[in-house]
Design a protein around this ligand. Sequence first.
Ligand SMILES: Cc1ncc(C[n+]2csc(CCOP(=O)(O)OP(=O)(O)O)c2C)c(N)n1
Length: 325
Amino acid sequence: MQPVEQRDEVEMLSLMLLIRRFEERASQQYQAQKIGGFCHLYIGQEAVVTGAIAAVRPDDYVITAYRDHGHALARGTSANACMAELFGKETGCSRGLGGSMHFFDKRHHMYGGHAIVAAHVPLGVGLAFAIKYRGEDRVTLCFFGDGAINQGSFHEALNLAALYRLPIIFICENNLFAMGTSVKRSTSLKQIVDRAEGYDIPGEIVDGMNFREVRDKVAEVAESIRKESHPAFLEVRTYRYRGHSMSDPASYRTKDELEKYRLDDPIIRLRAQLTREGKLTNEQFDQLDKRAKQTVLDAVKFAKESPELAVEKLYDYVYFNGIKS
Ligand SMILES: Cc1ncc(C[n+]2csc(CCOP(=O)(O)OP(=O)(O)O)c2C)c(N)n1
């Protein structure tokens, strides 16, 4: 199977636009009360998942926390299945039973969407263990937030991954806040990446607002892991423009701080790079954006028209044998 890293950068820009427009529309539909429960938006962080996924193969494994819409879209789950999941419909990627925090798509090797902070990090290590056990050359991408790094399960997972030299890239999406708590107030280290050193895992800091930097770093690490299995850690520095969830006014940070990151927007950056290099015109960009907006509008229509899961099917998908795929 071809590494996705060969994929066109214009296509990747278009994916970032899809994620951005998807999140904006989800926000609007949430406010219109079409979406219930929690809803955490990924706006501002698009280059992290797009860059990482662009650097690996479609058969590599991906697992993440609850801010997961972008991860599923980047992995290849359709906007229809993602939006329908938010609407709690049977056509959703988790049959409407998971909602925003529990997107899942086995076909695309997207193993969630997990709500409990850091609880999925050992699951990611389990995926990596399975790869090594079967003698495969896949890699697991395990994404989590800066809020996860002080949880016990995180430490246990890193220790085991290092001990067994498992093929996993721990990708910390450091957006500076865990809910309203600044990382400076929750973490004793000056740099999150230093956590990895404690487990003898190689780690690096990456600019998460720069698609190319994320892609190139993940590609380099993945290549090394495929040659000889080992874990790696990337602290990817990024920023979320919106509050923690839809109900958070984000009053714990200043407008100036937000503005500073908006000016460093990952979509604007990649667009500027491609334009400068003569690979993209303004008209082409507008076309991509128009297409992304239309895909998302179609997804809302699809979600609205999709059926609710029948009550008698409520337990069909709880255990593995009940999954009809
Ligand atoms: C074990 C646990 N404790 C507390 C919570 C409540 N909670 C939900 S999100 C969150 C913050 C996590 O922040 P981070 O890991 O940095 O991810 P981000 O929201 O920045 O993507 C907390 C404390 C939880 N879900 N699980």
